[in-house]
Design a protein around this ligand. Structure first.
Ligand code: PMP
Length: 418
């Protein structure tokens, strides 16, 4: 498989774009070599600029639950574009999208549309701080909530520590980092700092240290303790919203957060995200209240049309989540007896190159990055495009067929013996 054009194009990109990419993980640093540059995608497949085709399990990191260039979504975007790409004035379609989101997420009385998951999480924290008149935020090691300062903090190991920023240029003095899936550490921290904590933000099923499901009692403890201490609980469902179920992880797990952030799937592959929650909190937002948050392209007509088209497809096909689960389960089962740990919830899955159970960042970090990199490269050469990092989730889409999964399983079994 030749990737000479990609190599040359990447070299060219690096002359004009920092590191050659507009989002760091795309650069393949964790697996070595250079990225493939994509020229088109259709269904479950993408094609690079050398003409190689790959079965895609990245799905643009989550949005593409129906695969690439779904005809209904393409038609919706085209129709919207013909009517004008942006107005900076309200449209009826925005209300429609907010109504669909509310119907799926009963915890969201009011919904504000924004353009990225980063914006959604950053804005949810702002309104939480204004509502509680507190500054503190608790996040969990290995969870990602976009690149706004308060969330971009690397976790210390062990006991609760005030985090030190993950990146120069970041100020995160009010952020407390705790281990995922450790209710005792959380209760201890709330006892000590609860009165100062505006919000606790969590991925209810973690996807950003690889897939890590919540252990029984973890999220329940977050719910109880935040209620007791007057802190708000924010579920970051940017990945899990409309992926694990129509109503996201909170519906599956039957836990009602105060605020929810959404992204990825709700934009149908265009830049769109949302946050929302209890009416009395969301009513603090301007122009209803004093908390400022705005966006030139918020609720963009093309993005809203794409999102609505995708959500309508999901709504019209209630069996889709069961089918996705089955496809991913078949893939998961094929790793039985290998020296790996597979974590999977529905259509999100990670193969960790460790035999130990993975329940938090510390155990995820035991994943052998070198072994993963070898596996990744062998899969790429076999025409299977996986997330280029041990600590990411792969996504199965409704465009994948049983045959695609069998093909992937055969490639994986060869890749694992290499
Ligand atoms: N929250 C979660 C759980 C995410 O996975 C991501 C992005 N991968 C974000 C927030 C940030 O979203 P965006 O990249 O759209 O800013």
């Amino acid at each position: 498989m030749s990737r000479l054009r990609s190599r040359a194009a990447f070299r060219r990109a690096r002359r004009s774009i920092p590191g050659g990419v507009n989002s760091p993980v795309r650069a393949f640093r964790a697996v070595g070599g250079h990225p493939v540059l994509v020229r088109r995608g259709r269904g479950a497949w993408i094609e690079d600029i050398d003409g190689n085709r790959y079965l895609d399990f990245v799905g643009s990191w989550g949005p593409l639950i129906l695969g690439h260039a779904h005809p209904k979504i393409v038609a919706a975007i085209t129709a919207a574009a013909k009517k004008g790409s942006t107005f900076g004035a309200p449209t009826e379609a925005e209300t429609e999208l907010a109504e669909v989101i509310r119907s799926a997420f009963p915890s969201m009385d009011l919904v504000r549309l924004v353009s990225s998951g980063t914006e959604a999480c950053m804005s949810a924290l702002r309104v939480a701080r204004a509502f509680t008149k507190r500054a503190g935020v608790i996040k969990f090691e290995g969870c990602y909530h976009g690149h706004a300062d308060p969330f971009l903090v690397k976790a210390g190991s062990g006991a609760a520590t005030f985090g030190s920023p993950d990146s120069p240029g970041v100020e995160a003095d009010h952020t407390i980092i705790l281990p995922y899936n450790d209710p005792a550490a959380f209760s201890g921290a709330m006892k000590r700092w609860g009165r100062k904590v505006a919000a606790v933000i969590v991925e209810p099923v973690a996807g950003n240290m690889g897939v890590v499901p919540p252990l029984m009692g973890f999220l329940e403890t977050l719910r109880e303790e935040t209620r007791r201490h007057g802190s708000l609980l924010i579920f970051d469902e940017v990945i899990t919203g409309f992926r694990l179920a129509w109503g996201g992880a909170q519906t599956l797990l039957r836990i009602k957060p105060d605020l929810t952030t959404l992204g990825k799937i709700i934009g149908g592959g265009l830049p769109l995200a949302a946050y929302g929650g209890r009416r009395e909190i969301m009513n603090r937002l301007a122009p209803e209240g004093p908390v400022y948050q705005a966006g030139t392209l918020s609720g963009n007509p093309l993005a809203v049309a794409a999102g609505l088209a995708q959500l309508r497809q999901l709504k019209a096909d209630p069996g889709i989540y069961r089918r996705l689960d089955q496809l991913a389960a078949d893939f998961e089962d094929s790793f039985h007896g290998r020296d790996v740990t597979v974590n999977r919830v529905g259509s999100m899955m990670t193969v960790f190159f460790t035999k130990q159970p993975v329940t938090d960042w510390t155990s995820a970090a035991r994943g052998d990055r070198k072994k993963f990199a070898r596996y990744f490269r062998a899969m790429l050469d076999a025409g299977i495009y996986l997330p280029p990092s041990q600590f990411e989730a792969l996504f199965v889409s409704a465009a994948h067929t049983g045959g695609d999964i069998q093909r992937t399983i055969r490639a994986a079994s060869r890749a694992l013996v290499r």
